[in-house]
Design a protein around this ligand. Sequence first.
Ligand SMILES: Nc1ncnc2c1ncn2[C@@H]1O[C@H](COP(=O)(O)OP(=O)(O)OP(=O)(O)O)[C@@H](O)[C@H]1O
Length: 372
Amino acid sequence: MAAPAETLIGMSGGVDSSVCALLLVQAGESVAGLFMQNWSDDGSGECRAEDDRRDALAICGRLGIPFHARDFSKAYWDGVFEHFLAEYRAGRTPNPDVLCNREIKFKTFLDEARALGATRIATGHYARIDRRGGLWRLLRGADPGKDQSYFLHQLGQEQLAATRFPIGHLPKAEVRRMAREAGLPTAAKKDSTGICFIGERDFRSFLAQYLPARRGEIRSVDGQALGEHEGVFYYTLGQREGLALGGVKGRPQAPWYVVDKDVAGNILYVDQGSESRFLMSSRLVAIEASWTAGQAPADVFECTAKTRYRQADEPCRVEMDGDGRLAVRFERPQRAVTPGQSVVFYAGVECLGGAVIESTDAPVDELERGSG
Ligand SMILES: Nc1ncnc2c1ncn2[C@@H]1O[C@H](COP(=O)(O)OP(=O)(O)OP(=O)(O)O)[C@@H](O)[C@H]1O
């Protein structure tokens, strides 16, 4: 029997993992590919997954490397999706990509790689890993428009030591060019979008299958009933679309934004102005901190942070409170910092780790609570 491959590549059927495989094969490394299926239903997601599996198989065939396929949908359901729903039920907005990386791509997949005799995994993420002073470091991807370190911040030393990101130093355009030049059938394939492994679909109707709609009142911050929402879960802080408020008598003609969700009272609070003071916060408290180095840089430190993926870094000061909780204070007020999302810390190009946002100092306590 042939010796097992040293590196198992996560083959999604997309262009990024195709080029990963290409680069490792060109470098003469011992590699195999694995396609994981993490979601099964009878909807549109199924055909897409089947197409992706076929593309992943075709690339492995083309490059002459072994191909494996595994169904991890139970691990995905238990480790990612249940948590995702619980967070929505609690009125928070979770980040499934962060969880999926921690639970599936860098746990279940890594375990499977080891079971197949590999010592490492490789994926087509736009991030880099290096080693300094005996520690593995997670670095931003070189293409600033594609950097995925935000979603990878929960990787620790064990995962970083066992992972490679072969395209993290390349711009996306270069990855596509390489794929075209090598004649890979995935060269022009569209980037995947939507929730990790569930794919792109009408988010509200998807969520409604699991969290039944419970209509309730949309209320202005000064207490006026303005309309009806379809269920507080379906909205996120700072959101403007989908409120169907139009012009409200006696109010300026300006768009309304979600500024708070009162889950117990089933009320959605809105305000006018994208920078409403109810959306702005300079401080947040975060829980479940994890650090790429295995521990925080210090009990108190200054760095930059992002509270959402598509955001520029903002200077802040981080303080541990000994309980695994962090108090983060930004130099400038931040807009729509959202409980359930991750705050991710950076020192220059290095991603230090992150935590889950629990609360902020946006003045939503001033809003009248209750169902009446
Ligand atoms: N179904 C899957 N099976 C195996 N590996 C996967 C799968 N989905 C994603 N991955 C791995 O995770 C990496 C990042 O996934 P992401 O969803 O961000 O895809 P992407 O940037 O569109 O990459 P690609 O172009 O390879 O699909 C992929 O490049 C691949 O290595």
